[in-house]
Design a protein around this ligand. Structure first.
Ligand SMILES: *Cc1c(COP(=O)(O)O)cnc(C)c1O
Length: 360
């Protein structure tokens, strides 16, 4: 069977070579006579897998020694709560930048624990841009500053490094982690659900500066305290072992591709192909401000929305799936994470050209 080009926002496409290797190792991992799924998480085999995954992640992202890399569960959504629970540290408020659907969810959760100061918001223009640093009204007494590096639904991405002074900067990187190099030392904490740009759903990565760990709110369940996971090397309870294994294969694949600088080049090339076409088209439109367009999630609309269904049907017939936009936005969305090959974007653009010529 031919594999499709999967433009899903998440769970999303994985590198084919990773899936092939996982298939080969499914019944017998490295002569152990067992599948990774069946291994004890405290056994020598799995400990090796987990240690390698962490080492490769640290190498890829250049994570400094005073940061912990945790492999947790509960999705980015649980981090919306764990961040205030752990990082308030006796302070009454936190600053949030409101850029769209995911930022709003983070804000909603934080409001359960503290006063939320919306330091900047893109609501005035329907979340179609990233508010400039000069527009951020930061409070120097805030416990932390939270922003969403890439709004997966709106297709808005920060292409610059925000500053938060001495206040720890917290970032939801769920949909653009590993898509380009980042300077981890600029952050207090980074988190990301794995199912966009890393691996299978069920795994959440948290990268946290050591000095921010160990001051959770009273009565915090141990599972929600970063300290518990730091003290137990992310093995306080049974971790999502198979998801960690696949993430480890993806990390190795990223290293083989040349690391994050090479991924950025590749991702820019893919995104440019699509955005250049959109800018030249009189039929397909991008709703996002040019400087803030996401390299990962590309929403677009048809001039004649009554043709949406026909567009999707034709795409499917050509082996391209999951192009329907999020229910809150409508139109289309092409998610083109690390694992989407250039050929997939080329196939999409060629189809869009053909569709425009017929219906434009
Ligand atoms: C998908 C997503 C989330 C939610 O992730 P879950 O793993 O489903 O909890 C949060 N933030 C961003 C930016 C996302 O793309």
């Amino acid at each position: 069977m031919a594999r499709v080009f999967n433009f899903s926002a998440g769970p999303a496409a994985l590198p084919e070579s990773v899936l092939r290797q996982a298939a080969e190792e499914m019944l017998d991992w490295h002569g152990s006579g067992q599948s990774v799924m069946e291994m004890s998480h405290r056994g020598k085999e799995f400990m090796t897998i987990a240690a390698e995954a962490e080492a490769d992640l640290r190498e890829l992202m250049g994570i400094p020694a005073n940061y912990k890399a945790l492999f947790l569960q509960g999705g980015a959504t649980l981090q919306f709560a764990m961040v205030p629970i752990n990082l308030l540290r006796g302070k009454a408020s936190a600053d949030y930048v409101n850029t769209g659907e995911w930022a709003k969810k983070a804000i909603k959760e934080a409001k359960q624990y503290c006063q939320v100061n919306v330091a900047a918001s893109a609501e005035d223009r329907n979340y179609s841009y990233a508010p400039a640093q000069e527009a951020w009204k930061l409070d120097k007494d805030a416990a932390y500053v939270h922003y969403t590096a890439n709004e997966t639904i709106g297709g808005v991405e920060f292409h610059w490094q925000p500053h938060s002074g001495d206040v720890p900067l917290v970032c939801d990187m769920s949909s653009n982690i590993l898509s380009r190099p980042v300077d981890v030392s600029k952050f207090g904490l980074i988190y990301a659900g794995a199912q966009k740009n890393i691996g299978p759903a069920g795994l959440t990565i948290v990268i946290v500066r050591e000095d921010l760990v160990g001051q959770a709110l009273p009565q915090t369940p141990l599972m929600l305290d970063y300290k518990t996971h730091v003290d137990n090397d992310s093995m306080y309870n049974t971790p999502p072992t198979y998801a960690i294994y696949i993430a480890g294969l993806v990390f190795r694949w990223l290293k083989q591709q040349g690391g994050l600088a090479a991924m950025e080049k590749h991702n820019r090339e893919k995104a440019a192909l699509l955005y250049d076409f959109l800018d030249g088209s009189g039929f397909f439109l991008s709703p996002v401000a040019k400087p803030d367009r996401s390299l990962m999630n590309v929403p677009f609309t048809l001039k004649k929305p009554e043709l949406d269904e026909e567009f999707l049907k034709g795409a499917k017939a050509r082996g391209m799936i999951q192009l329907k936009g999020h229910r809150s936005v409508g139109g289309m969305r092409a998610s083109i994470y690390n694992a989407m090959p250039l050929e997939g974007v080329r196939t999409l653009v060629n189809y869009m050209k053909e569709f425009e010529a017929k219906h434009g």
